[in-house]
Design a protein around this ligand. Structure first.
Ligand SMILES: *[C@@H]1O[C@H](CO)[C@@H](O)[C@H](O)[C@H]1NC(C)=O
Length: 249
């Protein structure tokens, strides 16, 4: 009798445990697959989740890297001898304040396309640069600060269905991200040629009027980084959660 009781208790504990594992926390809003406007519902869900994306705390048992600030450990610009810039400890503030301009959700194909605007981004980091100027090797090292207004991010998420133990799940492909900077409000490099303020001023003027000269190289790295970041966050939400739970009937 007592043995039986223990077994029942065990089953009860296991049962409630199993129902907790693989369950989405209530902090994550879900949308019915039959919602008359699924795109709008997903958009609203992301807006609800937005402050939690900033902190990285998506709810009980669901921690992801925080978006505020976004940390990119290393960016390299230029590999040849004429210009080489290393950025490190890059901190991006403002990415979590994105606005969703457009979102298209397709339940049957498990495809989600979004266009986001980031009204203001402040970027801090350390730079080390090295270039040849009139046959002289010029070196500099200090802090960089830039500010962008109304940058755009295009994100495409695609997932594949698979069956596990009779339930349908989604496996994500790496998220495709395209970052496009907005207006450059500010570019400042501290300690740039302290012995040559004229040269420092020239470089600042060049960077401000034609920042893509230096930045074109940066975007693929930023896209890669954002893709890894976004995929990690989305995987945390999708992994182990059945499609029936993510998009209930
Ligand atoms: C769905 O919602 C979006 C965003 O509010 C809107 O632009 C779109 O026209 C809606 N689509 C339908 C079919 O109602």
């Amino acid at each position: 009798m007592e043995k039986c009781f223990v077994i029942i208790k065990f089953l009860l504990i296991c049962g409630s445990f199993a129902s907790v594992i693989g369950k989405l926390p209530p902090t994550i809003p879900v949308c019915s697959r039959y919602h008359p406007n699924l795109s709008e519902c997903v958009m609203d869900a992301i807006r609800v989740l937005q402050p939690r994306l900033a902190s990285g705390d998506l709810g009980p048992g669901l921690k992801v890297p925080s978006l505020e600030p976004l940390v990119i450990p290393q960016i390299q610009i230029g590999e040849d001898k004429t210009l080489k810039v290393d950025l490190s400890n890059v901190l991006i503030h403002g990415a979590s304040k994105f606005k969703i301009e457009k979102l298209r959700a397709n339940y049957n194909e498990l495809k989600f396309d979004a266009l986001l605007t980031i009204p203001k981004m402040k970027i801090f980091g350390k730079y080390k640069l090295n270039f040849v100027f009139f046959n002289q090797i010029v070196k500099g090292e200090g802090e960089i600060f830039t500010e962008f207004e109304n940058s755009k991010i295009k994100a495409a998420i695609k997932a594949h269905r698979f069956i596990h133990k009779g339930q349908e799940f989604a496996r994500l492909e790496p998220i495709e991200i395209k970052f496009q900077r907005g207006k450059v409000r500010e570019v400042k490099l501290s300690n740039l040629f302290p012995n040559n303020p004229v040269l420092s001023e020239v470089i600042h003027a060049v960077l401000k009027s034609n920042p893509d000269f230096a930045l074109n190289n940066v975007y693929p790295q930023v896209n890669n980084y954002l893709s890894k970041f976004g995929t990690e966050v989305a995987n945390k939400i999708f992994e182990g959660i059945s499609i029936d739970e993510l998009f209930p009937k």
